[in-house]
Design a protein around this ligand. Structure first.
Ligand code: UPG
Length: 480
């Protein structure tokens, strides 16, 4: 039988790369005639992680071929200071010539190959949608792999219309009374929970709009979600409530890596100590705090309030603290209030980068204070651990809002907290932690555990996401 090849271009960064590569593995599991070529964009900030992660993955996957794209000069720092999203989009743009070059080499080698396999398309991260032009020129279909959820897809479908019809300028916080109706999101959305980039007039808003304008040009959008979790949004997009305005949508998740990642920042000695301590704790007695794969983003004041909140709650905790770059602090301990570690001795631990999935899988973990990155949400649901929402950047506010309001699967600490915004105070933190650890009002834990069971069923043979992957495979073969 003729082999089919897909070219993957993930975005460089743990929150994007891991689920994209895990999806590639799922495709290979479901189709033994498929080959995958990975074009790897290297970004200085995540170089070590990407190298070690990709090596560990491909060692066991002979059907994944990895091609390192030549490194490019990062955009000037002043762009990063204006808007991280703008910076990231500019960086991806500068990689386009290399991607184009490599795609044409892959196509000619596929044509010459004695196996004579066919290239069936490009699977690109949503930050890489400008590569749709490269695919078009090569006569290939493009598929977006959306590392976030179907509600976020709704926002990306909403933006071009709003930009064209209502206003071509960035959102304003003062618009907060005008709630937005976003396709695929059940409740009206306050602008307060939109991604911060949408309020940024120095490149952030424009970059987001440019990305969103390309979504309709993809042949399909693969979303790391499952029909049972985002029932409303999936019905909207897959059930064609939107009347085919959106390309084919494939909910294929949760696509998770359930083994710990080989991360260069993981301190093994500390990790063994942490696991030993967790092993000694009663079931569901420890609240875990972890805020994504980025470097630390909390101010010293916020770290202090978090510490005091944990102290007030009286609960056991494991807290992953990462020191923000370019601060005067050399280690997390320096950011904590005086005497804090002595006062919480025996009931609290702090650590740096940790193997989050393994922590969430531990029976001692009973709650998770999270920044609401989508991978973290899916991981906590998978292990039945209820979340306390503490969003920081990207689309995390929207995720937090929907987890509380639409899905009823989280306790709200804040849905509108942002990096650089007012700090969340200790008593609010203590209250939210106690609510998830001590009271479980309204059967939240049970609902979260039931959703975890549904997640496992969705990816099993015959489950909704398994079938969606099969559909995707049939569709690419149909168009190859
Ligand atoms: N992780 C660890 N150990 C740590 C910290 C993180 O293993 O100490 C892992 C975690 O298990 C997860 C990933 O790193 O798999 C983090 O992913 P996510 O929770 O999605 O957060 P970000 O890294 O912040 O991800 C970015 C965006 C987020 C978005 C996501 C997917 O910030 O808002 O939802 O990408 O698009």
């Amino acid at each position: 039988m003729k082999k089919t090849e897909l070219i993957f271009v993930p975005a460089p960064g743990a929150g994007h790369l891991v689920s994209t590569l895990e999806f590639a593995k799922r495709l290979l599991d479901q189709d033994d005639q498929l080959l995958i070529t990975l074009l790897l964009i290297k970004m200085p900030a995540s170089l070590l992680f990407i190298d070690s992660y990709v090596k560990s993955l491909t060692a066991s996957q002979p059907r994944i071929q990895v091609i390192d794209l030549p490194e490019v000069e990062p955009p000037p720092m002043e762009i990063l200071l204006k808007s991280p999203e703008y910076y990231f989009c500019e960086f991806i743009e500068s990689c386009l010539p290399h991607v184009k070059d490599m795609v044409s080499k892959i196509l000619s080698s596929a044509a010459d190959s004695t196996t004579h396999h066919q290239v069936a398309g490009l699977v690109i991260d949503f930050f890489c949608v400008s590569m749709i032009d490269i695919a078009n020129e090569a006569g290939l279909p493009s598929f977006i792999f959306l590392t976030s959820n179907a509600g976020f897809l709704g926002l990306m479908m909403h933006l071009p219309n709003r930009h064209q019809q209502i206003s071509s300028s960035a959102y304003k916080m003062s618009d907060s009374d005008d709630e937005l109706l976003i396709p695929g999101i059940a409740d009206p959305v306050s602008p307060r929970v939109l991604p911060i980039a949408l309020f940024n007039e120095h490149g952030g808003y424009t970059s987001y709009v440019k990305l969103s304008q390309r979504f309709k040009d993809a042949k399909g959008i693969i979303v790391n979600t499952f029909a049972e979790l985002e029932a409303y949004a999936v019905e909207y997009f897959v059930g064609d409530v939107d009347d085919h305005q959106t390309p084919a949508v494939y909910p294929v998740g949760p696509v998770l890596n359930l083994k710990s990642l080989p991360h260069p920042d993981l301190d093994l000695a500390q990790w063994h100590k942490t696991m030993k301590w967790l092993d000694e704790q009663p079931q569901s007695s420890v609240v875990f705090l972890c805020f994504g794969s980025g470097s630390g983003s909390f101010s010293a004041l916020q770290v202090k309030e978090l510490a005091l909140g944990l102290e007030q709650s009286g609960d056991k905790f494991l807290w992953s603290i990462r020191v923000p770059p370019s601060t005067e602090f050399k280690n997390p301990e320096e950011m904590l209030p005086d005497g804090f570690l002595e006062r919480v001795h025996g009931r609290g631990m702090i650590c740096g980068w940790t193997a989050q999935v393994e922590v969430l899988a531990h029976k001692a973990i009973g709650g998770f204070v999270s920044h609401c990155g989508w991978n973290s949400i899916l991981e906590s649901l998978w292990f039945g651990v209820p979340i306390v929402t503490f969003p920081i950047y990207a689309e995390q506010q929207l995720n937090a809002f929907r987890m509380v309001k639409e899905l009823g699967l989280a306790v709200e600490l804040r849905s509108d907290h942002r990096i650089g915004g007012d700090p969340v105070m200790a008593d609010e933190i203590a209250r939210a932690v106690k609510s998830v650890m001590q009271s479980d009002d309204g059967g939240l834990r049970k609902r979260v555990q039931e959703m975890g069971d549904k997640a496992r069923k969705a990816v099993m043979n015959g489950g909704s996401s398994f079938l969606s992957i099969r559909q995707f495979l049939n569709d690419i073969k149909g168009s190859a």
